[in-house]
Design a protein around this ligand. Sequence first.
Ligand code: ZN
Length: 75
Amino acid sequence: MTAFDLRGERHRLKQLTDDGNTKLFTNRDGVECPACRTAFERLFVTERAATSFPENDGSRFCLLNESDAVYVFRH
Ligand SMILES: [Zn+2]
């Protein structure tokens, strides 16, 4: 089953923002994206039903829809 253990990987990520419902992390230890199995650059986590993603430079991103939140991995 595809999943992402944010609690387990937390020490390998650096948190940039947290507004209560959304969080942004940067990958500082080559943590793998659960969708494509390559290291990602940024991880955006949202618990909102509707979210507008921050602008990016056109990089590929992967989406993981979990019961607690939606995880967006930018490469
Ligand atoms: Zn990916």
